[in-house]
Design a protein around this ligand. Structure first.
Ligand code: 1SY
Lengths: 180, 180
């Protein structure tokens, strides 16, 4: 199944590389900026958005204006598959609650879902909206199981499944509320 | 099928983004360095290595000492799935022939094959060496077909299928010869 391979890819090619380094990266960031952003270690996690519609926005502001890019964490640079010094990084965002207070967190979409979205629009692949939704659920379940069994990633992530087909249309601040 | 999703991911998440920019990137590189590396436009392509064993080396030198990292091309920086300013780049390598003359080219592994390799070692997934080889062939055929039908990528890549199970053991310079 397509989604199964995408979940494994997301783990072996990204989460397995970056999640074990997350704490060190945030410590480095706080030291460099003498910053009090992200003071609590419990929140030193990557919030991974898994939208059921597989709609992935390149800027989170385009999904919900109560989410603002704040700053990037320091980069992780490694040699990978022939690319010298390939760069990996996470973006810190401010998520505003309904009293307009900002809450800072590391949040991003599960990038492989964009592949499912694009495949569903390609006539050669021939899967429709229902099949795509099933694939997103399979991606979520597979990824959850892989991560549950990966001690090096423990407590470094939060998977957020978004039922955005209906909810998002009703509520432009659906995403920020889900994260908070 | 796992390999089918990995081929689509490699196309939608990478080749579709970087191949159309390759010419501009190489022109920028040659202008910045007043370099005569890569003088011929016919060779302005990304050579994509597809090893049948799915063994992906992070540094090409580890596979064949006649391949040396030379320099990275200028970076492409784009906002992607919530990551602000995500970085994409290619590495130029010098590939030495048997008269020790260097030939410069853009070459890298098809990174998603590393996922197949890791999956084949995970007992939960349960696919063995033969299944993995079939998946690599499916990856190759699927990717080839997607790229053949992608006008924006035309003439910007070269897929190199490597029968490295037997050949590579016999010949430590197998890879450089294949590229040349
Ligand atoms: N958010 C995020 N930031 C990253 O830096 C990153 N790097 C990878 N990934 C996602 O993890 C998984 C495994 O990555 P892999 O490198 O094996 O495949 C990658 C890789 O083969 C190729 N690719 C993508 N970005 C680059 C890059 N910068 N350099 C070389 N190859 C790249 O195209 C595939 C699909 O990429 P994405 O569709 O962006 O999602 C990937 C994928 O789901 C990332 N996700």
């Amino acid at each position: 199944d397509v989604a199964c391979g995408l979940a494994w890819s997301f783990y072996t090619g990204y989460l397995k590389l970056v999640l074990p380094r997350l704490r060190a990266t945030i410590e480095e960031y706080r030291a460099q900026h003498r910053s009090n952003i992200l003071p609590q270690r419990d929140f030193w996690k990557v919030n991974i958005l898994v939208p059921l519609s597989a709609s992935v926005f390149n800027q989170l502001e385009d999904m919900d204006q109560r989410i603002r890019f704040y700053e990037n964490l320091p980069e992780t640079v490694i040699d990978r598959a022939g690319i010298r010094s390939r760069v990996y990084k996470h973006s810190v965002h401010a998520v505003y609650d309904d009293q307009k207070r900002p809450h800072y967190c590391v949040v991003e979409y599960a990038t492989p879902l964009d592949t499912l979205h694009q495949m569903s629009h390609d006539s050669r692949v021939g899967f429709g909206v229902n099949e795509r939704r099933q694939q997103v659920l399979l991606f979520y379940r597979t990824l959850k199981e892989i991560l549950d069994n990966s001690p090096e990633c423990r407590n470094r992530y939060q998977l957020i499944l978004l039922d955005d087909d209906c909810d998002a249309e009703a509520d432009p601040h659906f995403l920020s509320k889900e994260i908070l």
